[in-house]
Design a protein around this ligand. Structure first.
Ligand code: PLP
Length: 382
């Protein structure tokens, strides 16, 4: 059975070049970057090169700040929340986030709430960040403003630049963080233009392996060390670096830089083709993502059919999609879709189709036929 993979917002296939970069580090350039001999220096060079490649794919140079390699986007987000609290916790009392953050932000906020921090959540109904609310919520006692760039369940793009403008007016010394795990390499502009002090990214969403992430830290911003020991990563994250993952992340970022316009064009074409084909062939399908959302995520609802049932039906045919988001599907949590404005019935019948450079229009046609077959044969229960 051939496989069709439409779950690229959950994770992507590692590119051949990224896999080779990791393989080469494991088998040939296996020195410890902290060792003083030639084998160590060779590895240190690989580490530096990868850092520079990922930073330049984000639109930064070393004079803008530093990129801390972490184990994943979740760790980057945790570092931001607990680090910021350590810096400001005694002087400031609130954090402003959106109401549709990934659990790796939402749960950190909840944890700090237990310590007495007030969490203010900006509404994101219809995928639009409530800037009027933000204007009132961000004040001189705000320590951190944290808002994702692209929503992982709907593809909505949030206006981080507008948040920066509000921060500058209302809370100039608060940190501005964006979780750009879904936005990195998926939008035509670079992350450097957003005005954020802290930016989380993750390798496995851009064809690098799982287990490698990054946190950009703007020059002058202090986030205390979370893992202490040998002083690696500028004393911010001790422990011998995951050099195979780092080299692969660097390679995936370089490939993105080379193919940027072709890749973005392809994602847009795939997304438009899917929209048009659903409208033409399955008019009962409700499309939740709007035209101006990120091109790699398309959220749809198939009224009456519980998403897990349709997901399994498609999976048996070798077609892989997600219900809502990979994380929330396991926890039966409709928080994000409900804040987006979907009622429970519609949220329960929502699928997330997410594209990458490896997908084709033919695969979309096969998916649409399979969804139509599912609609005609499966029992409608919601
Ligand atoms: N933030 C967003 C928006 C995500 O979509 C994800 C993963 O799906 C994460 C954070 C967590 O990233 P990681 O899987 O690298 O921990």
């Amino acid at each position: 059975m051939s496989e069709i993979y439409f779950d690229n917002a959950a994770t992507t296939r590692v590119s051949d070049s990224a896999a080779k970069a990791a393989f080469d580090v494991m088998t040939s350039f296996y020195g410890n970057p902290s060792s003083a001999h030639a084998k160590g220096l060779e590895s240190e060079h690989i580490l530096k090169k990868a850092r520079s490649s990922v930073m330049s794919a984000m639109g930064f140079t070393p004079k803008d700040g530093t990129l801390l390699f972490t184990s994943c986007g979740t760790e980057s987000n945790n570092t931001v929340f607990f680090g910021t609290y350590e810096v400001f916790g005694k002087r400031k009392n609130n954090i402003v986030i959106s109401d549709s953050e990934h659990p790796s932000v939402e749960m950190c906020a909840k944890e700090l709430e237990k310590k007495g921090v007030e969490i203010r959540r900006i509404p994101t109904k219809g995928g639009v960040l409530g800037l009027d609310f933000a204007e009132k919520a961000i004040d001189s006692r705000t320590m951190l403003i944290s808002c994702m760039l692209v929503n992982n369940e709907t593809g909505a793009i949030y206006d981080i630049k507008a948040l920066d403008a509000i921060r500058k007016r209302n809370a100039p010394d608060a940190y501005l963080h964006t979780d750009a795990v879904q936005g990195f390499c998926k939008l035509p502009y670079s992350l450097s233009c957003l005005g954020a002090d802290l930016i989380s990214i993750s390798g496995h969403k851009i064809h690098a392996p799982k287990g490698i992430g990054g946190l950009f830290i703007k020059k002058g911003i202090r986030v205390p060390a979370r893992i202490i020991g040998g002083g690696q990563e500028g004393n911010l994250r001790s422990g011998t670096e995951n050099l195979p993952g780092i080299a692969a992340f660097g390679m995936a970022a370089e490939e993105y830089m080379k193919e940027k316009s072709v890749r973005l064009e392809l994602l847009k074409e795939l997304c438009s083709h899917a929209r048009e084909s659903f409208e033409k062939n399955c008019p009962y399908v409700l499309i939740n993502s709007k035209e101006n959302f990120a091109p790699h995520i398309l959220s749809i609802s198939v009224p009456g059919i519980r998403s897990e049932i349709l997901l399994r039906f498609l999976s048996e045919k070798g077609i892989y999609v997600s219900s809502g988001s990979a994380c929330s599907s396991k926890n039966a949590d409709n928080r994000v879709l409900s804040n987006f404005g979907l009622d429970n019935k519609r949220a329960d019948s929502t699928l997330r189709i997410s594209f990458s450079k490896y997908n084709t229009k033919d695969e979309i046609d096969t998916l649409i036929k399979a969804i139509d077959e599912g609609n005609n044969t499966l029992i409608h229960t919601v």
